[in-house]
Design a protein around this ligand. Structure first.
Ligand SMILES: [Zn+2]
Length: 909
C-alpha cells in the first residue's frame, strides 16, 4: 500500500497523471482501462530505475451530484434503480445520498478501493478533492493570475442553459447534443395585418428572392406580445425569446392551417403568400421560415412538390445571386443534377451546405440588388434590416435535440454580467499553438484535433450559480465551473500531501507564488514547510505525460494548456499527452445511463485483477477502441494460468545447455528489446505480443527441439526471471507471487527491468532454426495434403547456382531490374529459362520472408546441409520415418527441381 509513495530523490523522475474521475457512480471496465494503462507505464518506468509519481484525486465540483441527491430524495425510480441495482449501493448508504457530499465521498472511497484491487500503483498520500479548502485557495491563486493576464472578462453572451437547474450547461452536463453550437440568426419581420411574422435566416441577403413563407399546417402557433408588438411564432419560440432578453406575453393560439394561403409583406420583397410545408420545425428558431427556391435546395424541392400536384403553379423562383459554375437558378440545378426526387432524400443537407458555401465564397448579388459579393452583402443587409425593418437577432442551436443531464430541454440564454475565460483571444491561442508544437502527442493523429480545437475555441462561461466548488473571487455569489477549476491541478499533486499541514487561512497568493514561481516576499508563513513544497514541485514538474479519453480533447485537455501557458514559466510546461479510444461492451458503446456497462469490481471478482488488466491492455492499443467480451476475457485468464504453470515448471531447471539454448537466449534478447521499445511508445498491445506470445511460442519450439531425455537447462531458469519481469507491469499480482517463488530480491515492482544483451544475440543460430521450423511446417502441410502414411521423407537442397541468384536478389536495392542483371552472366544465360524461372521464384520467396530473415541471408547464406544433418535425429523423431538429406541436383525426383535456398524441396514417399 505504501510501496508506491514517491518522494524526490537523486533518480531521474517520471511523472504521469490521468484526468481525475468525478465520483458520482461506480467504475466500469471502460474507466478501468483509463487508469490501468498508465499504471503499466508507471510500473515499466519504475523498473527502469525512474522515480515515478502516479497520483490520484477526485473531481467533485459542479451540479450533477446535487441533481442526483435531489432525485434520490424524491425517490425517482430511474435514479434509485441505477444506484441500488447497477451500482449496488447498500440501502443504508443510499438513504444518506440525499446529501450530495455523501455521494462523492462514498464513491471516492469506492474508487480508491477498486483501483487498489486492480493493482494500480498510486501514491494515495496525495489524494484530495476539488472542494478541499486548501485546494480552493490554490484555485483562487490561479485565477488571480488569469485575471491579471486579462483572460477573465465580463459580458453578455448567449450560452447553453437549463431552466430547471437555472444554470449554464457544460459539455459534461449534456445527455444529448454534446456538439451543439449556438448560431446567430437574423429574424426577418414580415407584416401580417397588425402583427409581425418573424422568420429566422442565416442568409438575410436572399430577402430579394423570397417567393413565399412556409408554415407547418399541423402545428399550433401563438400570437404573442413581444416587447409590446404582436408576433406570430411557435409556442417553443415564445419560450426561447424570454431567455433572450424579450418580454413575451402569449395572447392566443393560431392553428397553422389558418395561416395557409394568407399573404404577408416585407419592404424588400413585397407581398408573398404563406404555403404549407411539413418540414417546418416549430422547435427551430421562430418556427416559421421564408422561402428562396432559387438558392435554397429545400425550398426549391418543397415548391416543386406542391407544383407537381398542380398547386401554386404561378410561383417562379426569383434568382438574385450570380455564382461561377452555376446557371441562373443554382438550387434547381443542384437538385436536378443530383437526381433528387423528394424532400426526404438524405443528400439534401449536403446539397444545402454546398450551395450555401459556394455562394458565400464566390457569389455576387445581381446589379439591381447592389452588385456586392455575398460575403459583404450578408452583413450589410442584416444591419439594414435591424436598423430600418424591425429585424432582431435570435440565437439557436445548430443541432437538435439538446438535452440536459436532468432531462430538461436545453435552450439558449443570453447571460448578462456573465464571466468568461477569453479563449477567443488570438494571442492566447498562439501561445497554446506554440506549446503544442513542442509536445509529444500520442497517437500522432490527434495533433490535428488539438490544433482545430485551439482554432475554434470561443469564450467560455466560467462561473455557475449552483453546485459545489470554489467561490468566484470577483462575485462570490457565483462558483467557478467544473472545467475551469481543473486545469493545473497536476501541479497541486506535487504538494497535496504537505499543504494539508498548513491552515487554509494563511494560504495567501504569495505562498503559492513562492511554491510554484519561486517569488520571494516578506513575511511568508511556515517558511520551512513551503520550502519543502517548492522542492517537491521543482523535482516533479512539469509532468511528463497526461492520459485521458479522446472526448476531452475539445475541452479539458486543451483548456489545461491555456492555463499552463499563463501561469507557469516555459520549463514547467506540459511535455506530452496520450489520448485513449473508447470502450465497447459486446460491440455497443458503454454508457452508465443506458445500463450498458460492466462494473470493474464485478470483472475483478469474476476474472481476477491480472486478467482484467491483461485483457484491457492486450486487446487493443490504448488509442484504439476496445471491446469487452467475456468469452475473450476467459481466454486471457487461461493465458495467465499457462504462464504461471510454465514458470513453476521451469524455474528450477538446471541441466547443461544444448545448442537450442543459445537460440532461446538469442531470441529472448530480441523480445526484451522489442517489449521495451513498445512500452516506451505506450503500445501495450504490441508489448504483450512480444512479452507474452513471442516468448510462449519460442518455448514451444524449444521444448520440441530438446533431446528426449532432457527437460530444460539452467538457461530456462534465467528466462523465467526475465519473463516474470517483462510481464510484471501487466500482471503485477501474478508477477509478485512468481517473483517470490523465484527467490527474487524485494518486490518485482522495483526489480530491474531486463536489458537486452547484444553479446547473446546469435543471428546464425536463429536463421538455422528459422529454416528448420519452416521446413517442418512445410512437411506437416504436405502430409496433410497427401493423406497417406509416409515411409520416408527426403529433403532436397537447392544447388549452388540458385544460391547465387538468391543472394544477388536479396542484396539488390531494385528487385525489378535485378533479373536482367543476373541474366547477363554467362553461366545463367546458358541455363536459360531454368535460370529466369528460378530468379522469379527467388524474388517471390524473398518478398514473403520477413526482413529480419532476408537481411542476414543476404550477408551470408545458411549452410543448409549442416542444419538438416544436425537436426536429422530430431526430424526422424518428429515424423517417425527415415529422413534423407540430399542435393536437388543429384535427385531424380521431379519435385527436387523446385528446391530454392531457404526452401528445400520435400519429397514424401
Ligand atoms: Zn438541467
Amino acid at each position: 500500500m505504501h510501496a508506491f509513495e514517491s518522494n524526490p530523490s537523486d533518480l531521474p523522475k517520471f511523472y504521469l497523471t490521468v484526468a481525475y474521475p468525478y465520483p458520482s457512480g461506480a467504475m466500469h471496465v471502460g474507466h478501468g482501462r483509463t487508469y490501468i494503462v498508465p499504471d503499466a507505464i508507471a510500473r515499466f518506468w519504475r523498473m527502469r530505475g525512474r522515480q515515478v509519481l502516479y497520483p490520484m484525486a477526485f473531481h467533485v465540483t459542479g451540479a450533477p451530484v446535487i441533481g442526483i441527491s435531489k432525485r434520490i430524495a424524491r425517490n425517482d425510480p430511474k435514479t434509485i434503480h441505477l444506484y441500488r441495482d447497477l451500482y449496488k449501493v447498500p440501502q443504508d448508504v443510499l438513504a444518506e445520498f440525499t446529501d450530495p457530499l455523501t455521494i462523492v465521498r462514498h464513491f471516492a472511497s469506492e474508487y480508491q478501493r477498486v483501483m487498489t484491487a486492480c493493482g494500480i500503483s498510486i501514491d494515495w498520500r496525495r489524494r484530495f478533492t476539488t472542494v478541499d479548502p486548501t485546494y480552493s485557495k490554490f484555485v483562487e491563486w490561479q485565477w488571480k493570475h488569469l485575471y491579471a493576464a486579462g483572460h477573465v472578462i465580463k459580458g453578455a453572451h448567449p450560452v447553453r442553459f437549463c431552466t430547471v437547474d437555472d444554470n449554464p450547461v457544460g459539455d459534461h452536463d449534456l445527455l444529448e447534443g454534446d456538439k451543439a453550437e449556438v448560431i446567430r440568426f437574423t429574424l426577418v419581420m414580415f407584416w401580417y395585418g397588425d402583427a409581425f411574422i418573424p422568420t429566422a435566416t442565416l442568409r438575410p441577403e436572399t430577402i430579394h428572392g423570397v417567393t413565399n413563407l412556409w408554415v407547418n399546417p399541423e402545428v399550433t402557433y401563438v400570437r404573442a406580445l413581444v416587447d409590446t408588438r404582436p408576433w406570430i411564432i411557435s409556442r417553443q419560440a415564445a419560450e426561447k425569446l424570454v431567455l433572450q432578453d424579450h418580454a413575451v406575453e402569449v395572447k392566443e393560439e393560431i392553428p397553422g392551417k389558418d395561416l395557409i394561403d394568407k399573404t404577408v409583406s416585407h419592404p424588400l420583397c413585397g407581398e408573398v403568400p404563406i404555403l404549407p410545408a411539413g418540414f417546418v420545425d416549430p422547435d427551430m428558431a421562430s418556427g416559421i421560415v421564408m422561402s428562396v427556391p432559387a438558392h435554397a435546395p429545400f425550398d426549391y424541392i418543397a415548391l416543386r412538390d406542391l407544383q407537381q400536384q398542380g398547386r401554386y403553379t404561378q410561383i417562379k423562383p426569383i434568382p438574385l445571386i450570380k455564382v461561377a459554375g452555376y446557371g441562373r437558378i443554382p438550387a434547381q440545378e443542384a437538385v436536378e443534377k443530383a437526381g433528387i426526387s423528394h424532400q426526404m432524400d438524405s443528400r439534401m443537407d449536403a446539397l444545402t451546405q454546398e450551395i450555401y458555401s459556394v455562394e458565400f465564397a464566390k457569389g455576387r448579388l445581381f446589379e439591381k440588388y447592389g452588385g456586392k459579393p455575398v460575403r459583404v452583402a450578408r452583413d450589410e443587409v442584416a444591419e439594414e434590416m435591424i436598423a430600418k425593418y424591425d429585424s432582431t437577432v435570435m440565437y439557436e442551436f445548430d443541432t437538435r435535440p439538446v438535452v440536459c443531464r436532468c432531462g430538461n430541454k436545453v435552450m439558449v440564454k443570453i447571460l448578462h454580467d456573465q464571466w468568461f475565460l477569453k479563449y477567443s483571444d488570438p494571442a492566447w491561442k498562439r501561445q497554446v499553438s506554440d506549446l503544442l508544437k513542442t509536445m509529444a502527442l500520442v497517437p500522432p493523429e490527434v495533433r490535428i484535433e488539438f490544433d482545430r480545437t485551439v482554432d475554434w475555441l470561443k469564450d467560455w462561461a466560467c462561473t455557475r450559480r449552483v453546485g459545489l466548488g470554489t467561490r468566484f473571487p470577483w462575485d462570490t455569489a457565483q462558483l467557478i465551473e467544473p472545467l475551469s477549476d481543473s486545469t493545473i491541478y497536476m501541479s497541486y499533486y506535487t504538494i497535496a500531501h504537505r499543504i494539508r499541514e498548513i491552515e487554509p487561512r494563511i494560504l495567501t497568493p504569495a505562498v503559492f507564488d513562492y511554491i510554484f514561481l519561486g517569488k520571494e516576499s516578506p513575511d511568508l508563513p511556515e517558511k520551512k514547510k513551503i520550502a519543502t513544497m517548492r522542492k517537491e514541485f521543482l523535482y516533479w514538474y512539469p509532468y511528463d505525460f497526461r492520459f485521458s479519453a479522446k472526448d476531452l480533447i475539445s475541452n479539458h485537455l486543451t483548456f489545461q494548456l491555456f492555463h499552463h501557458v499563463t501561469i507557469f514559466p516555459k520549463d514547467k510546461l506540459p511535455k506530452g499527452m496520450v489520448v485513449f479510444g473508447m470502450g465497447l461492451l459486446n460491440g455497443a458503446k458503454m454508457s452508465s445511463s443506458k445500463g450498458n456497462v460492466f462494473l470493474l469490481e464485478d470483472a475483478v471478482t469474476e476474472f481476477g485483477a491480472d486478467t482484467v488488466r491483461m485483457f484491457l491492455m492486450g486487446s487493443a492499443e490504448p488509442w484504439q477502441d476496445f471491446d469487452w467480451r467475456n468469452e475473450l476475457v476467459i481466454s486471457t485468464k487461461k493465458q495467465i494460468e499457462r504462464f504461471y504453470t510454465t514458470i513453476m515448471g521451469a524455474k528450477d531447471a538446471s541441466g547443461e545447455p544444448h545448442d537450442i539454448d543459445r537460440w532461446l537466449t538469442s531470441r529472448l534478447q530480441e523480445h526484451i528489446a522489442r517489449t521495451t521499445a513498445a512500452l516506451e511508445n505506450f503500445q501495450t498491445r504490441q508489448a504483450l505480443q512480444e512479452a507474452y506470445f513471442g516468448i510462449e511460442t519460442d518455448l514451444r519450439w524449444y521444448r520440441r527441439r530438446l533431446p528426449a531425455d532432457c527437460d530444460g537447462s539452467r538457461e530456462l531458469a534465467t528466462l523465467c526471471s526475465v519473463w516474470v519481469r517483462l510481464l510484471a507491469p501487466f500482471i503485477p499480482f501474478t508477477g509478485e507471487h512468481l517473483w517470490k517463488e523465484l527467490a527474487g530480491e524485494g518486490l518485482v515492482s522495483f526489480a530491474p527491468w531486463p536489458v537486452a544483451d547484444k553479446k547473446l544475440l546469435n543471428t546464425r543460430i536463429e536463421l538455422a532454426e528459422e529454416l528448420l521450423s519452416r521446413t517442418v511446417e512445410d512437411i506437416e502441410s504436405i502430409k496433410k495434403l497427401i493423406q497417406l502414411t509416409p515411409k520416408s521423407i527426403t529433403i532436397a537442397l537447392a544447388p549452388e547456382w540458385k544460391q547465387a541468384i538468391f543472394t544477388t536478389i536479396a542484396r539488390s536495392a531494385d528487385r525489378t531490374t535485378v533479373i536482367r542483371e543476373i541474366m547477363k552472366d554467362e553461366e545463367m544465360r546458358r541455363r536459360g529459362k531454368e535460370a529466369t524461372d528460378a530468379a522469379k521464384q527467388c524474388t517471390t520467396l524473398i518478398h514473403r520472408l520477413p526482413p529480419q530473415v532476408v537481411g542476414p541471408l543476404a550477408e551470408e547464406p545458411v549452410n543448409e546441409r549442416d542444419v538438416f544433418e544436425s537436426a536429422q535425429a530430431f526430424l526422424e523423431h518428429e515424423f517417425g520415418v527415415t529422413v534423407h538429406i540430399t542435393d536437388a541436383d543429384s535427385s531424380s525426383h521431379a519435385k527436387a527441381a523446385t528446391a530454392l535456398p531457404f526452401k528445400p524441396a520435400i519429397i514424401i514417399e
